[in-house]
Design a protein around this ligand. Structure first.
Ligand SMILES: *Cc1c(COP(=O)(O)O)cnc(C)c1O
Length: 357
C-alpha cells in the first residue's frame, strides 16, 4: 500500500547512459571533453545522487549556478573534478572547496586577477544576459593585462536558440565566439549545451556543457527524442467518488460531469510540480490506459475521470509522468518547457533511485 505520497523514480543508469551518449556525440563531432550541468539540484532530480552517478560514468566537469550548489557537491567529488559556478562568486567565498568561478564582468576579472586561480571567462555572443559584452570583450582584447595571474581554463559562451535548429543566431554566435577567441589570450573553449550538440561540428569545443538531455528531455525538438527516459512519477488515489450527471468537480467548478461519473482524487498537485496550467489539459495513466484530468489541479490534489476504468480504487497508483507521458509532453500541454516541469518537482515525493547497472 502506498503511504499516501507520490513516488518519483529516478533511473541513474539512464542518466549515466545519456551522458555517455552525449560525450560520444561530442567526440564524434570533433569535440574534446563533455561535462554536465547539475545546477538546480541536478534539474530537480537530486544532485546528491546524480553527481556521483555522473562521476562514476566518467564525467569530470560539473556546472552549477550558485556558490551554495557548488559547496554542496564538492564532498561528493575528488579535488581534480572541476565545479564551475556559472553565476560567479568572490575570492574566498568557496573556502577550501576549490570551486571554479565563471567571470562574467570586468569587475569579476578584476576581483580574481592575480589570485593564480583557475577561472572560466564568459563571453556574451548573443544573449544579453551574462558574460562580457562585445565592447568589454573588445577592450579586453586590446589590453589583456587584467587576465594576468589567472589560469584561464576555458573561454565560454552560451547558445540562445540552439533548440531551434536552423535559427540564424546559432551560426552567428559560433562566428562571434571564434572571432573573440582569436583576439583574446589563447585558452580552451566551452560552447555547446545539450541542443548545441545536435547542431553539427561548428558547435564542438574543448568542453561541452549538456544538462537537459542527460535528464531525458529532448535536445532536438521536432525530431524523436534520442535520449533514454529517466523519471517516472506516480501518485496514489485517495478516494473514488460516484457522482451524478451535472455535478461540478474541483475549484471554480470548471468541469461538470455530463454523465454519471467516477472521479478519482490523486495525492499530487501544483505544490508537487504538477502544474496548475495542466488543469483540464493532461491525462494520467493506469495499466497503460489514459485517464482524462478533469477540473482544476489544486495544491495537493488532482482529479481524474475513471468512469471507464472500474478497476481503479483507493490505493491504485496513477502515473503522471512516464513512458508515453513525457515531461516534455506534459510541459507542452502546460505551455512551458520540460526544464520547468523537472525543476518544479516537489519535495513531497518518496524518491526511488535505480542504481546504474
Ligand atoms: C543550463 C546551462 C547549460 C545546460 O543547458 P541545457 O540546455 O540544459 O543542456 C549550459 N550552459 C549554461 C551557461 C547554462 O546555464
Amino acid at each position: 500500500m502506498p503511504d499516501g505520497s507520490g513516488l518519483l523514480t529516478v533511473d541513474l543508469g539512464a542518466i549515466a547512459e545519456n551522458w555517455k551518449s552525449l560525450r560520444d556525440r561530442h567526440t564524434g563531432m570533433g569535440g574534446g571533453e563533455t561535462g554536465a550541468a547539475v545546477k538546480a539540484d541536478a534539474y530537480g532530480l537530486g544532485a546528491a545522487r546524480v553527481v556521483p552517478a555522473l562521476a562514476a560514468a566518467g564525467c569530470r566537469h560539473f556546472f552549477v549556478a550558485h556558490l551554495a550548489e557548488g559547496m554542496a557537491i564538492r564532498p561528493l567529488l575528488g579535488q581534480g573534478q572541476m565545479i564551475a559556478v556559472l553565476n560567479g562568486f568572490r575570492p574566498g567565498e568557496d573556502e577550501d572547496a576549490a570551486l571554479t568561478p565563471v567571470l562574467n564582468t570586468p569587475g569579476d576579472i578584476g576581483a580574481w586577477s592575480g589570485t593564480g586561480r583557475d577561472a572560466l571567462l564568459h563571453i556574451d555572443t548573443g544573449m544579453a544576459r551574462l558574460g562580457l559584452t562585445p565592447a568589454e570583450t573588445e577592450a579586453l582584447a586590446g589590453d589583456p593585462s587584467p587576465l594576468r595571474g589567472l589560469n584561464l581554463r576555458y573561454l565560454m559562451t552560451h547558445l540562445a536558440a540552439a533548440d531551434a535548429p536552423g535559427h540564424p543566431l546559432s551560426a552567428e554566435q559560433a562566428a562571434r565566439f571564434a572571432a573573440a577567441r582569436a583576439r583574446l589570450p589563447a585558452a580552451p573553449s566551452s560552447f555547446a549545451n545539450s541542443s548545441g550538440l545536435f547542431l553539427g561540428p561548428d558547435f564542438a569545443s574543448d568542453l561541452a556543457r549538456p544538462g537537459c538531455a542527460i535528464y531525458g528531455l529532448n535536445p532536438a525538438p521536432g525530431a524523436p527524442n534520442p535520449m533514454r527516459p529517466v523519471i517516472r512519477l506516480a501518485a496514489p488515489v485517495l478516494q473514488v467518488r460516484e457522482i451524478p450527471a451535472g455535478t461540478p468537480v474541483g475549484y471554480g467548478a470548471t468541469w461538470v460531469a455530463e454523465r454519471p461519473s467516477r472521479i478519482a482524487t490523486v495525492a499530487a498537485g501544483y505544490a508537487d510540480g504538477y502544474l496548475r496550467a495542466l488543469s483540464g489539459r493532461a491525462t494520467g495513466r493506469h495499466n497503460g490506459q489514459d485517464l482524462p484530468l478533469v477540473g482544476r489541479v489544486s495544491m495537493d490534489l488532482t482529479t481524474f475521470d475513471v468512469t471507464d476504468h472500474p478497476g481503479i480504487a483507493p490505493g491504485a497508483m496513477i502515473e503522471l509522468i512516464g513512458p508515453g507521458l513525457s515531461a516534455d509532453g506534459l510541459a507542452a500541454r502546460a505551455g512551458t518547457i520540460g526544464y520547468e516541469v523537472l525543476t518544479s518537482l516537489g519535495a513531497r515525493y518518496r524518491r526511488d533511485y535505480k542504481q546504474a547497472a
